[in-house]
Design a protein around this ligand. Structure first.
Ligand code: FCB
Length: 457
């Protein structure tokens, strides 16, 4: 790709992206759809978790969210107004298969069918994510991702969705951020299903990855166009090489190595032996997990800084991280408390191209929450705008350094249900008034529209 790249730093100071660069936005089903009991949808682990006292900010749930299930035509029109090329959305497994296996709910598939047609009618390319955390509760009751059965059911579900949408959806993402599903969901319990045992984090990791590999096989057999997975990756910063390597292993390599090299990193396996005997890894699993993919989705928000400190307790989200601190670097932060360090995106993309060459990259999420203020019907979200500007510059620098980056999808199109933070954190470039469901493009959306139009900054 680098030979034909066409971006140039023009005299005008405009930074151009390669021709054909994909610009879009991302969302996820549970975060925006609402209609939690409509159209035959079954319960997911997030319905259960959000109803468990103390788990989600102020007891918020995704019952109504942005009511996108009913308002999708307006939302697609909005994307059209912003000139987006692509829209990454996720499909709710319990809407399609209320129990996660067995009978298909045709009304669930009908919804995505209409959405995809609406997108095509507006000239927007759909990018479908098959799993963005809303596991059918029935499967969780049988062990969820700690059970091998869930991986098998996931591949069946992938084939069902493809058989309905595959004629109009070319690009498929199996999983969104399996790190969060495994380590927030099963090791620290900060996310659904809220189980908290270090060993379960590793079992969930393996079955998520196996589910990915089995789904790649099912989608490939069905003739899917392009298949990928989305990982949340973070450069790990710090002076202590061992601490950096331990956290890098748990955050990045435990997913990258099996998917792109067909093997688990030996150091991670060794260190995790005090939590698990890895007996859930069966012969042939790694070949399945390592099946070739066409695209790696990268979600980037911020780097992870670590420091060695004797006696530091383990961070439950990183099993085995005793003696490691996660200090907050002294830099500006978003409303999530996340450090704003755009250079991390350049480093990450360059590293991926160097260490895992041959797989094209797409940024499937990047964005920031800020405490927006509505003034006379306008939202001057300068913090978000400058976050996005800085990260696009960082992405551009990575392309210049040779990274094979094909596109950028901002998180998120709309303010939405931010998991354990409920509606308290706003990531949208479009503001949502949750009382009226009114959508208002923020300044960042209008700026992004110009970026898309110019294919640059
Ligand atoms: C990612 C999730 C996405 C959203 C952003 C802020 O981890 O994939 O759903 O919550 O963070």
């Amino acid at each position: 790709m680098s030979a034909e790249k066409s971006y140039i730093l023009e005299d005008s100071g405009v930074l151009r992206f390669p021709e054909g660069f994909i610009w879009g936005a991302a969302t996820a089903a549970y975060q925006i759809e609402g209609a939690a009991r409509d159209g035959g949808r079954g319960p997911s682990i997030w319905d259960t978790f959000s109803r468990t006292p103390g788990k989600v900010h102020a007891g918020h749930t995704g019952d109504v969210a942005c009511d996108h299930y009913h308002r999708y035509p307006d939302d697609v029109r909005l994307m059209g107004d912003l000139g987006l090329h692509a829209y990454r959305f996720s499909i709710s497994w319990p809407r399609v298969q209320p129990d996660g296996s067995g009978p298909v709910n045709p009304r669930g598939l009908d919804f995505y069918d209409r959405l995809v047609d609406e997108l095509h009618g507006t000239g927007i390319t759909p990018i479908a994510t098959l799993y963005h955390w809303d596991l059918p509760q029935t499967l969780e009751d049988r062990g969820g991702w700690t059970s091998r059965e869930t991986a098998e059911r996931f591949a069946e579900y992938a084939a069902i969705v493809h058989s309905r949408l595959g004629d109009r959806v070319e690009t498929w993402t199996t999983l969104n951020e399996p790190w969060c599903s495994a380590f927030l969901g099963y090791a620290s319990g900060i996310h659904a299903p809220g189980r908290a045992e270090p060993g379960l984090g590793f079992a969930a990791t393996h079955h998520l990855l196996l589910g990915h590999g089995l789904a790649v096989g099912a989608l490939r057999a069905a003739g899917a166009g392009r298949i990928g997975i989305t990982l949340n990756l973070a450069p790990v910063l710090g002076d202590d090489a061992e601490a950096v390597s331990i956290v890098d292993g748990l955050q990045n390599r435990i997913f990258l190595d099996p998917v792109l090299r067909g093997e688990y990193p030996a150091d991670v396996v060794e260190r995790a032996k005090r939590f698990t005997d890895w007996s859930f890894v069966e012969g042939g699993d790694l070949e399945t997990i390592g099946r070739p993919i066409d695209l790696l989705g990268v979600n980037y928000y911020h780097p992870q800084t670590v420091a060695a400190r004797t006696g530091a307790p383990a961070n439950p989200t990183y099993p085995g991280s005793e003696g490691i601190d996660f200090p907050r670097p002294d830099v500006p932060r978003t409303a999530m408390g996340w450090p704003v360090q755009p250079f991390g995106l350049t480093d990450l993309l360059v590293r991926l191209s160097r260490d895992y060459p041959g797989t094209p990259l797409i940024i499937t999420e990047n964005g920031a929450a800020f405490d927006d203020v509505v003034e006379d019907g306008q939202i001057h979200d300068t913090g978000r705008l400058s976050y996005l500007d800085g990260h696009l510059r960082a992405a551009h620098a990575a392309i210049e350094a040779g990274a094979d980056l094909r596109g950028y999808l901002v998180w998120s199109l709309l303010d939405n249900f931010e998991w354990a933070e409920g509606y308290a954190k706003r990531f949208g470039v479009v503001h949502v008034d949750y009382t009226t469901q009114r959508r208002t493009p923020k300044d960042s959306a209008l700026w992004y529209r110009d970026v898309v139009r110019r294919n640059g900054l």
